[in-house]
Design a protein around this ligand. Structure first.
Ligand code: FAD
Length: 634
């Protein structure tokens, strides 16, 4: 964590200095704003937290609720989400409070007495080196409160405007603020004009309806009872995530919760009767608990307190497009309205993806909006949001159908294999195989847009697949000999990152640093605005091959010791060496070509965009030239 760059401020360094002229939480909604976000769920709050880092961009976030969510809804926080939260400086808070899902167990009918259950398997939940971050469980309300606090402590002092119901919007063909939104607070109507509107307003999204986007897929077809409870039990795995299938009483997914005592049970309530869609709503908390008690036999479950209960039904649906540009206008118009999260995709809660994928949607969109609104990138960049995230959502629906089917299948009876069902070993194998997907680290953007290059030079850094998130590994920061994760150098600050891995002699790395600092076609010289810190648009990091005691800080190229801020202070946190005490070093672990080195270009949302040779200056210039705007043209 770096602070005091522009002067010493006593007190909590998480509270950043407010930008000049910014006042905390203006009571009235303005008539105009750059970005209007509708919905304070995970998708909306993550986007607001991202945009709050840019006080030059006017952002407002509204919700029809009277105040923040207090209880319930999702609780699974995938490894990738924890990585993402690290970029906001929030991962440690999450990890401190959350339950850590380290192992998962599987329970099936006992072969001796099929009316009871036995444990059939136990697996590590997150495979070694899948992510440096754990899989966590914490309630959605707490996670949202971290984001809200972060926004409020940012230079923009952004706070949500609760109590505002989005009614509709229209988009004018031109004008500075072309999106006209009508909102209502009780009987008080309000019109806000915005440059961009993002609908994060959940599964029944009105923003989606207003832009004519159409969800398709299965209508709500399956129901679960969800109970957050404090209970006593003799079930031995009550503090482990457990997939439990009984012979005749149904299935449970048991999720231990934060705090050491609470537990969540997802009780499968089966298919919804298409002729009587609302009948499942009559299912009571007591009925759900009684089903759970029957599934758990021979173990007992004595429920002492219920913190939250819901019957939750959901269809597997994805919306045809995630912005307001219809197919026939694709070449002629740029998007002004976007939708994200449950507004564009809904699926079962069983794989724990809802909250995670929703936030990944807006993490993809946030930096693009900031780059366009700050005049750093062409507005065409915004077209890539739908292209990238629609494909991910479709993949999620396909995965969820398969996952839900296998999770809901009856266990195979060894005495009657002809009756079908799923073998416990098959279910466990599927769970392990899907591990990287459910951890959120399997996402790979294909080269469908210019943000993901072809894998021409992938062999130089085989362990950083183009399109996937930058997979962190241990390093030692040179200047202060601090062991750390290289991926944690990235902040949610909208900057691109070039990770330059040194060649054997280090000569090519030094030549690249010289090029970046001085050449006219250097993307850093072209795209960094006058007066801005040199790492504010593209942040360069050097990773050397020798140990940290064998490399002299004073011999680093100036590009890796940049001067920043109003006092021209030196940033000593740009150069790294391998962590030789912690398993294979980063060059071996991530398959870096030790002879030639490699340049890994990473997007602000931490997905690898390109891998290039250290001397590929033309390709580097061409890559950024596709979408960034020259800051020094007359
Ligand atoms: C009742 C319920 C129970 C759930 N249970 C689980 C669960 O057990 N496990 C699980 O994994 N997932 C669960 N989910 C799903 C999970 O919460 C979502 O996948 C996740 O929250 C999606 O985030 P989002 O930001 O896209 O939308 P949401 O979290 O739905 O947020 C949408 C926000 O928009 C606001 N809004 C809606 N319409 C308007 C409007 N017209 N004007 C202004 N504001 C508006 C809403 O008040 C809400 O705050 C549940 C969802 C619901 C609704």
């Amino acid at each position: 964590m770096q602070f005091y760059l522009n002067g010493y401020n006593p007190g909590n360094p998480d509270i950043q200095a407010a930008a000049p002229g910014v006042e905390a939480g203006s009571a009235t909604l303005p008539d105009t704003t750059d970005v209007l976000i509708v919905g304070t769920g995970p998708a909306g709050m993550l986007l607001a937290a991202q945009l709050a880092a840019f006080p030059g961009i006017a952002t407002r976030i509204v919700d029809r609720r009277d105040g923040p969510l207090q209880v319930g809804q999702a609780d699974g926080v995938a490894c990738r989400t924890v990585e993402m939260f690290d970029a906001f400086g929030l991962s440690e808070k999450l990890m401190r409070e959350a339950y850590w899902v380290n192992e998962t167990v599987f329970w099936r009918p006992s072969p001796d007495d099929r009316s009871t259950i036995v444990r059939t398997g136990r697996v590590q939940d997150v495979a070694d080196d899948l992510s440096e971050c754990p899989h966590l469980i914490v309630n959605q309300a707490r996670l949202l409160s971290y984001l809200e606090e972060h926004m409020h402590q940012s230079p923009s002092r952004l706070v949500p405007d609760y109590g505002w119901d989005f009614e509709t919007l229209t988009v004018e063909p031109e004008g500075d603020y072309p999106v006209i939104v009508t909102l209502r607070n009780g009987t008080t109507p309000k019109t806000v004009r915005a440059k961009y509107v993002v609908g994060c307003d959940g599964a029944r999204s009105r923003v989606r309806d207003a832009i004519g986007a159409v969800p398709s897929g299965d209508f709500a077809n399956h129901a679960w009872g969800v109970v957050d409870m404090l209970a006593t039990t003799d079930f031995p795995d009550i503090r482990l995530k457990a997939a439990i299938q009984s012979a005749d009483e149904g299935n449970i997914l048991l999720i231990p919760r934060e705090g050491g005592y609470m537990v969540r049970l997802y009780v499968d309530l089966g298919e919804i009767d298409p002729a009587n869609r609302e009948s499942f709503r009559l299912i009571t908390q007591d009925q759900v608990i009684q089903t759970a008690q029957r599934v758990l036999r021979p173990y007992t479950l004595d429920v002492r307190d219920v913190a939250w209960f819901a019957v939750y039904q959901v269809g597997q649906r994805v919306t045809d497009r995630f912005d307001d540009v219809t197919a026939d206008a694709a070449g002629s118009r740029l998007p002004r309205v976007f939708i994200a999260g449950d507004a564009c995709h809904t699926h079962s809660a069983k794989a724990g993806q809802g909250m995670n994928v929703s936030m990944q949607d807006t993490y993809n969109l946030g930096w693009k909006l900031a780059a366009v609104l700050e005049g750093r990138a062409r507005p065409e960049l915004l077209r890539t949001y739908t292209v990238e995230r629609h494909a991910i959502a479709q993949g999620l629906i396909d995965f969820d159908k398969e996952w839900s089917k296998i999770m809901a299948s009856a266990p195979r009876d060894p005495d009657h294999p002809d009756r079908g069902g799923v073998d416990p070993a098959e279910l466990q194998a599927y769970f392990v195989k899907s591990g990287s997907y459910t951890a959120g680290v399997g996402t790979q953007y294909p080269p469908a847009t210019y943000l993901t290059a072809e894998a021409t030079h992938q062999a130089l850094a085989a362990g950083f697949p183009i399109g996937m998130r930058f997979h962190s590994a241990p390093v030692v920061r040179l200047a202060d000999a601090r062991p750390m994760q290289l991926g944690h150098a990235a902040r949610a600050d909208g900057a691109w990152r070039i990770y330059a891995f040194a060649d054997a002699s280090g000569d090519r790395l030094r030549a690249l640093m010289d090029h970046l600092a001085h050449a006219d076609r250097s993307p850093i010289r072209r795209f960094t605005p006058a007066g801005a810190d040199i790492d504010s648009v593209i942040d360069v990091r050097g990773i050397f091959q020798q140990g940290h005691r064998d490399l002299d800080v004073e011999k680093l190229p100036p590009m890796l010791l940049p001067r920043k801020g109003r006092f021209g202070l030196v940033d000593y946190e740009k150069a790294f060496t391998p962590d030789l005490k912690n398993g294979p070093d980063i060059f071996d672990r991530r398959g870096i070509d030790r002879t030639n080195g490699a340049m890994v270009l990473v997007r602000p949302d931490q997905h690898v965009a390109n891998v290039l040779p250290l001397g590929a200056y033309d390709a580097l210039a061409a890559f950024f030239g596709q979408f960034m705007l020259d800051q020094h043209k007359a």
